[in-house]
Design a protein around this ligand. Structure first.
Ligand code: SF4
Length: 101
């Protein structure tokens, strides 16, 4: 097999796998605020409910949708997060691991 044909096949398989994974993720379970991993970082589905006394670094304009670890589009209600594996977080949510893009 020549190099360009092999590269095309690798790219095609990769794109197909990415599409399959993105479809699977839409059906993924939502992260519960009571999940021990969520509790550990103060995750809330609604950033307005963050305990500001406990997390003084929280700023009102910080949400999962504008966190660099968010895997969804900014307009998505739910999306993946690199911290929480196969569980989805709320685009309007927040946790103490929020990271500027
Ligand atoms: S790391 Fe970012 S995207 Fe993930 S839960 Fe925390 S704020 Fe949301």
């Amino acid at each position: 097999m020549n190099t360009s044909r092999r590269n095309f096949m690798v790219v095609s398989i990769g794109a197909g796998t990415a599409l399959w994974l993105s479809r699977a993720r839409a059906d993924a379970p939502h992260l519960s605020e009571s999940d021990p991993a969520a509790v550990a970082v103060g995750y809330k589905e609604n950033a307005a409910k963050v305990d500001k006394a406990k997390y003084p670094n929280f700023a009102a304009d910080q949400t999962c949708a504008n966190c660099s670890l968010y895997q969804g589009k900014a307009s998505d209600a739910w999306g993946g997060c690199t911290l929480f594996g196969d569980k989805l977080v709320a685009g309007k949510g927040w946790c103490s691991s929020w990271t500027n893009m």
